[in-house]
Design a protein around this ligand. Sequence first.
Ligand SMILES: Nc1ncnc2c1ncn2[C@@H]1O[C@H](COP(=O)(O)OP(=O)(O)OP(=O)(O)O)[C@@H](O)[C@H]1O
Ligand SMILES: [Mg+2]
Length: 366
Amino acid sequence: MDLATKQLMADVAQLPEIHGESLLDHLSTTVVVFSSDFRLHYINTAGEVMFAQSNRHARGKGINELFVNAGRLVAHLGDAMESGQVFNQRACRHEMTNGLTVIVNCTYTPVSLSGGQTGIMLEMRKVDHHLRVEQEEQLIAQQEATHSLLRGLAHEIKNPLGGLRGAAQLLEKEIPDSELREYTRIIIGEADRLHNLMDRMLGPNDVPNMQAVNVHEILERVRELVLVEADSGLRIIQDYDPSLPDLMADPGLLVQAVLNIVRNAAQALEGRGEIILRTRVQRKFNIGNKQHRLVACVEVIDNGPGIDAALRAKIFYPMVTSRSDGTGLGLSIAQSLVNRHQGLIECDSKPGETVFTILLPLEEET
Ligand SMILES: Nc1ncnc2c1ncn2[C@@H]1O[C@H](COP(=O)(O)OP(=O)(O)OP(=O)(O)O)[C@@H](O)[C@H]1O
Ligand SMILES: [Mg+2]
């Protein structure tokens, strides 16, 4: 057997620790170690999430108790163990006994367990993970670029606008004819409208008032507001995870962000349909390329017609709207408010199901 691989892991328990957790528990990759008789020796935290059971509980279980139709997997693990070679396999589909099916890139590494026994380490990386990180990084970069463009543009527009407004005011005082003053009033009114539009495009500019916030209180506030505006045919269902801890946020800004999303859903439903507000906690979750220990995941799901296919890729840009009375600023403002909390809004839509997911880190990134 290849010496390098043999010495890779004398015992998982002896690996260096960070904040009291084994090094492997800090990986977002699932790591599973089997003994030579294909019984589970160890799973890391990412594996606990994937298999929905704890390392302590799963230890000693046979491979058939974790995977459905484990025959092929057993053959691969056996091959790697016998040959003493590391090998990789791309895009393997595994069905777990907990009902989850994953498509993962796998690495099989023979290892030596404590007591000299031979074992095998299986690393599983979700295939869609890289794709998602790439897309999110792109989204974050795109939003930052849009925001700084807007900031520059707003500055350039607001300055001459102030001059125009001031000049119109002076002119108004000099004009004796009240009919002509109507024109100066139009100039002043339109200058104010443009000024307000610029302010709305940039979103609230105050320093956020950060405090411990219960996400469910925010959702309840939004739910009340939207139900008051809506017809009686609209139902808003709460599917809350009670274990969700408080997060540090500005409650006013968060209400505004969530309200913009839920209001869109209510408008898409045209008064008849269902919105689900769902909260979940995700452990070791990536937002862009940053991994967070805990992330609050808030989903706003509606059973409306879905987002117009032509608009789907652009809905977070300002001024993109399909509604005659819409300004197209709701989502762009929501996104920039959530960004200010180091979070991200994602969207997935098909006819009959539109899901907006708000991801908010609950702790500092690790
Ligand atoms: N839940 C949804 N279902 C279907 N389409 C949606 C949904 N949410 C957003 N959209 C689409 O995205 C567009 C942009 O939304 P956004 O909130 O940014 O602007 P708006 O609602 O049109 O205007 P504003 O919010 O400024 O009044 C909407 O016009 C709509 O076409
Ligand atoms: Mg809107």
